[in-house]
Design a binder for this molecule. Structure first.
Ligand SMILES: C[S@@+](CC[C@H](N)C(=O)[O-])C[C@H]1O[C@@H](n2cnc3c(N)ncnc32)[C@H](O)[C@@H]1O
Length: 235
């Protein structure tokens, strides 16, 4: 099944998962991500916006937002929650916008889910004006290669090859299946280089300290990054 087909099937479960405050890692990591995001400019695109929580956070920070996602059901939910922004159905590798439409693009945990990651990065470059920026977050490539054994991270998988990822998670009565791709860091760099981007900033934020309940695994979790965040500028 294609990545898009998977997200069609998971749409309702994803909306419940994404919309439950504090439920997934977004709520812990969004501050680190927004530190990378430039101030609002002319027009901001979110690629793979899902039900729209990142776009709503961008709009709340003053961005004029267009969100695009391949799943119509998720786009409908995004529109209903934020009628002031624009949300459209479209595929990241054939973006339905003219060249140079945006001065900022954001891809939050979506580039590892699209079937053609380099193609999506090229399309993002096309719809950005020269000098425009792309801010992205993906699962950290080294984390993808690991398994946890107690408090140790063990490299278990092929790091240097593109590899399918599939994992089902259940927490507080909600279940979600993630399906996507694991890439080495170099694959992201090559995609950005090939599309004419220069990487400006890279972040590997540590797991933030647990808020309420003390977490038994925190000391181990904070030793290794879950996410990789990049800001790149189109030449
Ligand atoms: C993990 S969700 C992240 C959603 C959102 N960025 C967030 O953090 O809440 C990944 C999203 O990528 C979308 N997606 C997958 N393949 C896509 C493609 N080819 N074009 C556009 N969106 C795609 C999925 O439908 C899904 O909404």
């Amino acid at each position: 099944m294609s990545g898009a087909g998977h997200w069609h099937d998971e749409a309702r479960r994803w909306a419940a998962w994404a919309r439950t405050p504090g439920h997934d890692a977004y709520w812990d990591y969004r501050d680190a991500f927004f530190e990378l995001v430039p101030p609002p400019g002319r027009a901001t695109l979110e690629v793979g916006c899902g039900e729209g929580r990142v776009s709503r956070d961008l709009a709340a920070r003053g961005h004029t937002v267009t969100g695009v996602d391949v799943v119509g059901e998720l786009v409908d939910l995004a529109v209903a929650a934020d009628p002031g922004s624009t949300y459209v159905v479209g595929d990241a590798s054939v973006l339905p916008f003219p060249d140079g439409t945006f001065d900022l693009a954001v891809a939050y945990n979506s580039l590892m889910d699209v079937d053609d990651m380099p193609g999506a990065v090229e399309e993002i470059a096309r719809v950005l004006e020269p000098g425009g920026r792309l801010c992205l977050c993906v699962t950290h490539p080294t984390r993808d290669a690991c398994v946890r054994e107690g408090d140790r991270f063990v490299i278990e998988h092929e790091y240097l090859e593109r590899r399918r990822f599939e994992g089902t998670f259940t927490r507080n009565g909600l279940t979600i299946t993630f399906k996507g791709w694991c890439y080495p860091l170099e694959a992201y760099s090559r995609a950005l280089e090939g599309a004419g981007f220069v990487i400006e900033a890279m972040r590997e934020p540590p797991e933030p300290p647990p808020g309420g309940e003390p977490s038994a695994t925190y000391e181990a979790d904070r030793r290794f990054p879950d996410f990789l965040m990049l800001r790149a500028q189109r030449r």
